[in-house]
Design a protein around this ligand. Structure first.
Ligand SMILES: [Fe+2]
Ligand SMILES: [Fe+2]
Length: 270
């Protein structure tokens, strides 16, 4: 039974575990090809992204309150916002320590976390500075617009935030080869622990209500496109440790299921 909750959950988490395996190649390339510039760039951009996520959850809290939603649902958004504040704050502290209190020179870094309240790219997220990141959020927004299925829309929406656990989990597993990596890996492990409860658990919820095979096929196709785009986006965030032919190869390997999966989504959702 393809549409049973157990099978849908397995299909979706297998896809996400395969993606986690692909992402590990990007994260490993960064670890092996580290430069000070790369260290500063990804931490600064990740910090502003967490800041943007904090704002998203805050907007949701306001909207829910205005609509007189359940008090617990308002509390959930409030807690989610605080969680993002912790992620943001910890990264900014690491950055400040690494820069010895000097200002960060990553160009227009605050624009990187500029999302609209529908998860799309805001005007500050410039395509001229971060084309792959801008494309990632524009793609997710476009997919939510073109699907006629509310279920697929929900899968895409939750996948945007939910997939990030792979990135954080893998960073948290890198060896603490110096003080920077010690601080980063420790903080990333705590982010991954928080994020684990977003993505994988949402998969389990959504698996219970898939309306048809057509919906499931469309969701898988859209998630796959999004995941390829996040590989590009993360490589950009690290200032391209994989060169363009290595990245192309990785995308092909992911699409052809030729990467070794890493059990993350399946393991949590079980
Ligand atoms: Fe976060
Ligand atoms: Fe989050």
């Amino acid at each position: 039974m393809r549409l049973s909750a157990a099978n849908v959950q397995e299909e979706l988490s297998n896809l996400m575990d395969l993606y986690t395996g692909a992402m590990s190649r990007v994260v490993t390339a960064y670890a092996e090809r580290r430069t000070r510039e790369r260290d500063i760039n990804w931490v600064a951009l990740q910090a502003t992204k967490e800041f943007g996520a904090m704002r998203l959850h805050t907007w949701a809290m306001w909207q829910k309150a205005r609509a007189m939603d359940e008090l617990n649902s308002i509390r959930k958004s409030c807690e989610d916002a605080f969680e993002e504040a912790e992620h943001y704050w910890g990264l900014m502290k690491i950055l400040d320590w690494y820069l010895e209190g000097k200002p960060c020179e990553v160009k227009e870094m605050w624009g990187y976390g500029d999302f609209t309240d529908s998860n799309g790219p805001g005007p500050g997220m410039k395509a001229s500075l971060w084309p792959e990141s801008q494309r990632y959020f524009a793609l997710a927004q476009e997919q939510q617009k073109i699907t006629a299925s509310p279920w697929v829309r929900e899968v895409v929406k939750t996948n945007v935030e939910g997939a990030a656990v792979a990135f954080h989990h893998l960073l948290g597993l890198l060896p603490a080869t110096d003080e920077f990596m010690k601080r980063v890996t420790e903080h990333e492990r705590s982010i991954a622990d928080d994020e684990r409860h977003h993505g994988p658990q949402m998969l389990r919820q959504l698996a219970k209500s898939v309306p048809s095979e057509k919906d499931l096929d469309q969701a898988e196709q859209m998630i796959t496109e999004l995941r390829v785009q996040e590989l590009r986006q993360r490589n950009e965030q690290f200032l391209h440790p994989l060169n363009s032919s290595e990245l192309k190869q990785l995308e092909q390997d992911f699409l052809n299921k030729k990467v070794q999966p890493i059990a993350l989504f399946g393991a949590v959702a079980a």
